[in-house]
Design a protein around this ligand. Structure first.
Ligand SMILES: [Zn+2]
Length: 195
């Protein structure tokens, strides 16, 4: 966890770069006093609270993993941080392919709602992919548009983004994780293109 915390926190503090990557998970299922769903400690909230404690005014958490960031919401309630942490978790509202275009059409406005944040923590989950065994509502092109919208909108607002990895459970024919890595690589290309 120290590695994840330091990576995400370091990327989020690096305001010299407008888009930074923390190659770790956000662990959004870990709550205030419990772990769960592959998550021991909530890296998104460790980062947010560290930044708020260091003088940040507000933090955006744009969680575009397949699943609901229930642990993040639990910590926000326990610490009463709902005013200072803007939390959007796509998994609470979206899970079907027929919702994809509506999600993409509303995403820029989600980012704009975080315009007063010092940084947006963008959790770019790979498990919303249509072929993910735990996911299934965005295809390759839609995932690419998701990432482009987030990065381009934040850049236009001049709000720094620290993006991180999250769920992704596809396997190739040899049991490898190449399909997941391809999705993360596409996110990296979208980030670079937006710089
Ligand atoms: Zn997930």
């Amino acid at each position: 966890m120290d590695v994840g915390r330091d990576a995400l926190g370091g990327a989020a503090r690096d305001r010299a770069r407008t888009i930074a990557c923390a190659p770790c998970s956000g662990f959004h299922h870990a709550g205030f006093a419990y772990g769960g769903g592959f998550c021991t400690f909530n890296g998104l909230m460790v980062t947010a609270t560290a930044l708020l404690g260091g003088g940040a005014r507000a933090i955006g958490i744009l969680d575009c993993d397949m699943h609901y960031g229930d642990g993040t919401d639990d910590i926000l309630r326990r610490l009463d941080l709902g005013e200072r942490v803007r939390h959007f978790t796509a998994g609470a509202e979206y899970r079907r392919a027929e919702q994809a275009e509506g999600f993409l059409a509303s995403l820029a406005e989600r980012v704009r709602s975080m315009r007063d944040c010092d940084v947006i923590l963008y959790q770019a989950g790979a498990d919303p992919h249509v072929r993910d065994p735990l996911g299934g509502w965005l295809d390759d092109a839609q995932l690419q548009r998701r990432d482009e919208i987030v990065f381009r909108t934040a850049r236009a607002l001049d709000v720094p983004v620290a993006w991180n990895l999250a769920g992704g459970y596809q396997r190739d024919e040899r049991g490898g994780i190449a399909p997941v890595l391809a999705i993360h690589a596409a996110t990296a290309r979208a980030a670079i293109a937006a710089l």
